[in-house]
Every structure is written in structure tokens, then in C-alpha cells.
Write a new protein. Structure first.
Length: 407
């Protein structure tokens, strides 16, 4: 018998929105997403230096979802009862579903460290990074020292550090303490990146506190587990992504708190429930980095598999695409990492710029003139200057072909 309950998407960011667009013309879904604009997170660190503005990184969801033929509800889903096929919404109502795609991402993670939520600025959204940019601008305009503590030396921390150096590196009195419990910068990536970044930082007022844990944060700064106190005018917290509470509340999680899924992206714990993007812990036991391109590829496949399941056909397995990772380090360098090979060179920034421009253009579905205007403004506003800066760099003047092979 035909199931009249709707298909539902919970969370419409890079993963959920890609799924919504892949379902367009095939099924009309109900999309639950409280936030008005989709945000392109891979470039939010550039808000810190003013290289991007918030509007460069946001696309209104309304036209996108309307064009895809879906109904959008600006509501938060509190819990999913996978056995009864029901969602519990933030207004207390209950919504039945036939199949659901859960794309709620992760959340800012401070590991319960006292004072971290109150006194350290998070780094997880456009508004978070805008707040950091405004605070830095205000603090920098005062005379005297500017003492920053950056918690986290992963990709987000490194990209934030690069933008701080781009904008404030030459400011007299600047000091930056980078704290991470890992023993090296970018611990999940090849060792050569650690060396390259630390070498760059030798000419800047940056001090790495690696292998050290934050014990507490307060108005004066950061206390380390070793007992040392790092005085700070501003603490920026980039230290990790935690699991969304919805996963545990809906019994979709494994011990990590994230949701394990089958090769077809189906929840290991519940019928008719697909989980994608940053909310996933592993795909058929395989751990994947939490990356935008995986979230988008998973969104596309979850939509395909929902249509296949509805038609009684076999589901397709997820094959992670071997896309390289691009990490920018302000105006100083850019790294391209693929299969443990690392290329470096400031001019590689054009690749990140190309991914940004292509990604934003793919989500911008306004009428042609407004879309072209948006594209033009995105190019003019920011990327082009930095890209030209990158090409002017002495290391890269020989053109786009001169890179350093680090590994
Ligand atoms: C600072 C930063 C830099 C990054 N840099 C890169 C990079 O360079 N390259 C790269 O590939 N990736 C990068 N990423 C990772 C990339 O952005 C994520 O992998 C991607 O955004 C994951 O998409 P998602 O759809 O799974 O989740 P998210 O983008 O986290 O979106 C989750 C959505 O769910 C919604 N939601 C949450 N709770 C509910 C609820 N209860 N009900 C309904 N809706 C809900 C949220 O409002 C949000 O819109 C970066 C991430 C950050 C934070």
C-alpha cells in the first residue's frame, strides 16, 4: 500500500540542502530547519580578517527550498521516535514520517571545561566569526598589548590563526598562545604540515602550547592543567565538534555520541532513518573526516536511496570521493593534502577560492540577474584581492606551477 506519510529532512545545511535538491521533482518533502540562511562554513575563518563579509557566506533558504518543491518549517526537531516513525517538534507537536534524513551536523564542544562556554568565543558559524572579528577590531584599536589565546590547533584553529596574522600580525603588542592537548599542530594530518606552520610562525608573535590541557577559562584568561595561567584579552575556542543531542535522545548514536550508518547511509538502529554529514560517526565501520564534500555527497546519495527504497529497488553504497583537502594559512601559505601527499604554496589559495565560488554559485538559485550580481559581488568583495596577493607572494611568483612538495 502507498505510504502517505511524508519524507522529512531534519537540518538543511550543506548535507540536508543537497538532499533536498536531489529530491526535487521526485517527492515533496517537509524540511525542518530553524535558521533562515544556509552558511558556507569552509570559509568562515576569513570573516576574522575582513576578507569575507557575512553576506558573502550566506544564501537564503526560502527560494532554494521553494524551487525544489519542498515545504519549509522553521522549527527544531527535538526527538525522533524511529519505531513509531514520528518526530517531536519544539512546539510540542508530533509529525509522522515515512523516511527521514537526519542532517543536524555537530555542535560546539567545550568538553565541560569550567568557564569555557561563558568566556571563550565559539567558532562554528558566521555570527560566531563575525563576533570574533568585531571583538578583535575593538581590542586592537586600544593602545597597549593584545593578548590572544586560541584553543585548538586543528584545521579550524590553523585557518583562524592565519587570518589573525593576516589582519593583526604587524600590530605592536600582539601575542598569540595556541593551546592544544595534541602534541602537534593538525594532529590528524601529515607531520610535514606541523613543521611548515610552526616554521612560518617563527617570525610572528605566536607561542605553541602543545600537549597541554585547558583546565578552566575565566575573565582573566586560560588556566592550563599544568597550573600555568595565560592572561588573555580574548579567548577563541576552536577545539572540536561534539555530537548533537538529538542523536542520543533518538537512540541513533554509538558510544561516540554520533550516529553509525550502513554503507547505504541507513541508521544502524532504526528503520527508515538515514543520517548524513557531520552527524555520522562511521559509514559501514569506516571513519570519515567531517568535511563539507562528504556531507554533500551523502545528501545526494540519501535522496537516491530514499527513492530506491520507495520503489522497492536495491540501495546504493556510499563511496567517499577522494577529494583533496585544502587548508589556507592566511596570506602566508596554502596546503593541498591528498592521500598523504602535501603540496604547499600561497598561490594554491586559488583552489580554495574556486571551491568557494563554485559552492556558493551552486546554492544560489535566485533569478539570473540577481544570481550574476551575487557572483560578481562575491568575486569583487574578497577573493580576488587575496588571490592576487597570493600570486604576488615571492614563493609563488613563478606562477601557479611552483609549489613545495612537503610529503
Ligand atoms: C570553522 C569550520 C571550517 C570548516 N572548514 C571546512 C573546509 O575547509 N572544508 C570542508 O570540506 N569542510 C569544512 N568544514 C566542515 C563542513 O562545514 C561540515 O562538514 C559541513 O557543514 C557539515 O554539513 P552538515 O549538513 O552535516 O551539518 P551542518 O553544516 O552543521 O548543518 C546542520 C544544520 O542542521 C540544523 N539543525 C541543527 N539542529 C537541528 C534540529 N534539532 N532541528 C532542525 N534542524 C537542526 C542547523 O541549523 C544547521 O543548519 C568546516 C566547518 C567549520 C565549523
Amino acid at each position: 500500500m502507498h505510504d502517505i506519510r511524508p519524507v522529512v529532512i531534519v537540518g538543511a545545511s550543506l548535507g540536508g540542502m543537497t538532499a533536498a535538491r536531489a529530491l526535487a521533482g521526485r517527492v515533496s518533502a517537509r524540511v525542518y530547519e530553524p535558521a533562515g540562511a544556509l552558511e558556507w562554513l569552509p570559509n568562515i575563518h576569513e570573516l576574522i580578517s575582513g576578507l569575507r563579509r557575512p553576506y558573502n557566506l550566506r544564501v537564503e533558504r526560502g527560494p532554494l527550498l521553494a524551487k525544489a518543491g519542498h515545504d519549509w518549517y522553521r522549527q527544531r526537531v527535538e526527538r525522533i521516535d524511529a519505531h513509531r516513525h514520528e518526530l517531536f517538534l519544539d512546539d510540542g507537536s508530533v509529525q509522522p514520517f515515512s523516511q527521514v534524513i537526519v542532517a543536524v551536523g555537530g555542535r560546539h564542544q567545550t568538553w565541560g571545561i569550567p568557564g569555557a562556554d561563558e568566556h571563550a568565543l565559539p567558532f562554528k558559524s558566521v555570527s560566531d566569526c563575525r563576533r570574533i572579528a568585531q571583538r578583535l577590531e575593538r581590542l586592537s584599536s586600544r593602545p597597549g598589548p593584545l593578548r590572544l589565546v586560541l584553543v585548538g590547533a586543528g584545521v579550524e584553529g590553523v585557518e583562524a590563526l592565519g587570518e589573525i596574522l593576516r589582519a593583526y600580525g604587524a600590530r605592536p603588542g600582539l601575542t598569540i598562545e595556541v593551546v592544544d592537548s595534541a602534541k602537534r599542530v593538525l594532529p590528524a594530518l601529515p607531520q610535514s604540515l606541523n613543521e611548515a606552520i610552526r616554521q612560518h610562525c617563527q617570525s610572528w608573535p605566536v607561542n605553541f602550547r602543545l600537549g597541554e590541557r585547558v583546565a578552566a577559562v575565566n575573565e582573566q584568561g586560560v588556566s592550563l592543567a599544568s597550573g600555568e595561567m595565560l592572561a588573555a584579552d580574548l579567548v577563541i575556542w576552536t577545539g572540536g565538534v561534539g555530537p548533537h543531542a538529538l542523536l542520543q535522545d533518538s537512540h541513533l548514536n554509538d558510544p561516540s555520541g554520533f550516529a553509525p550508518v550502513s554503507a547505504a547511509l541507513h541508521s544502524d538502529h532504526a528503520e527508515g532513518v538515514y543520517v548524513i554529514g557531520d552527524a555520522v560517526s562511521s559509514v559501514a565501520g569506516m571513519l570519515l573526516p567531517k568535511q563539507a564534500y562528504h556531507a554533500m555527497d551523502m545528501g545526494r546519495l540519501a535522496a537516491t536511496n530514499i527513492m530506491a527504497a520507495r520503489a522497492g529497488k536495491a540501495l546504493t553504497d556510499f563511496r567517499p570521493s577522494p577529494k583533496p583537502q585544502i587548508i589556507t594559512f592566511g596570506a602566508l601559505d596554502t596546503f593541498l593534502i591528498s592521500d598523504h601527499r602535501v603540496l604547499a604554496g600561497p598561490s594554491l589559495r586559488v583552489l580554495k577560492e574556486a571551491v568557494y565560488q563554485a559552492g556558493m554559485a551552486s546554492f544560489d538559485r535566485r533569478r539570473t540577474t540577481r544570481r550574476l550580481w551575487g557572483l560578481w559581488r562575491r568575486i569583487l568583495d574578497s577573493g580576488i584581492d587575496a588571490t592576487i596577493d597570493g600570486l604576488r607572494h615571492p614563493d609563488s611568483l613563478a606562477g601557479l606551477v611552483r609549489f613545495r612538495v612537503l610529503e
